[in-house]
Design a protein around this ligand. Structure first.
Ligand code: NI
Length: 177
C-alpha cells in the first residue's frame, strides 16, 4: 500500500489518451487499484483516474458520499476499467468541479445530467448502470481524464473559475444552461 504522487496540470501524462487494460489478472493492476484507493482516501476527493498517478491506462475510481448525492444515497467506492459513457439525454447542467491535478481551484463545468456507464469491474464482471446528477458528473470528469481532457477544456464561461477560498467567501449561484 502506498499513497501515490498525483500529476498536476502541465504534465503530459494528463493530456494523453490512456490505453485499454488488457490483462485484468496482472498483479501490478491489483496493486495499482489498492494504491489508488489509498491515494483517493488520503486526498479527500471523490474520483481518481490512473493517468493522475502517472499510469496511462483506462481505469478510474469514484465514490459519492451521501452528503453530495442527489438521491441522498451514497455510492460506495468502486473501480471501473475500460469505461464507456453514453449520454441518455441532451440535457446538461452547470456544477462545481475541482480536480486533484488542479489543486486549490474549482470551476462550473457543463455536464450531461443522465448517462449510462458500462465497463468492467476489477474481477471482470460487466458493469452497466445509469447515473444522474453529481454521480454522472463525477464519472464524466474521470472518464475525460482517460482521454487527456481536463475540466478547464470543458468550460464555457470562465467567470465561474476561481480559487476555492475566494469562491467560499463569495458564493456565486450558477445559471441554468
Ligand atoms: Ni480530475
Amino acid at each position: 500500500m502506498a499513497i501515490l504522487k498525483i500529476a498536476r496540470m502541465g504534465h503530459p501524462v494528463l493530456l494523453a489518451r490512456a490505453a485499454e487494460v488488457e490483462d485484468l489478472a496482472a498483479p501490478a493492476l491489483a496493486r495499482l487499484l489498492v494504491d489508488m484507493a489509498e491515494t483517493l482516501a488520503d486526498s479527500g476527493g471523490v474520483g481518481l483516474a490512473a493517468p493522475q498517478v502517472f499510469v496511462s491506462q483506462r481505469i478510474f475510481l469514484f465514490h459519492v458520499p451521501a452528503s453530495r448525492s442527489d438521491t441522498g444515497a451514497a455510492l460506495p467506492l468502486r473501480a471501473v476499467i475500460n469505461p464507456v459513457l453514453t449520454p441518455l439525454s441532451d440535457e446538461k447542467m452547470l456544477g462545481w468541479e475541482g480536480c486533484l491535478s488542479i489543486p486549490g481551484l474549482r470551476a462550473a463545468v457543463p455536464r450531461f445530467t443522465h448517462i449510462r456507464l458500462t465497463g468492467l469491474t476489477p474481477d471482470g464482471a460487466k458493469l452497466d448502470e445509469e447515473l444522474t446528477g453529481f454521480a454522472a458528473r463525477v464519472v464524466q470528469h474521470e472518464a475525460d481524464h482517460l482521454d487527456g481532457i481536463l475540466y478547464p477544456m470543458r468550460m464555457e464561461d470562465f467567470r465561474y473559475f476561481g480559487y476555492n477560498e475566494e469562491l467560499e467567501r463569495n458564493p456565486a449561484p450558477l445559471p441554468e444552461i
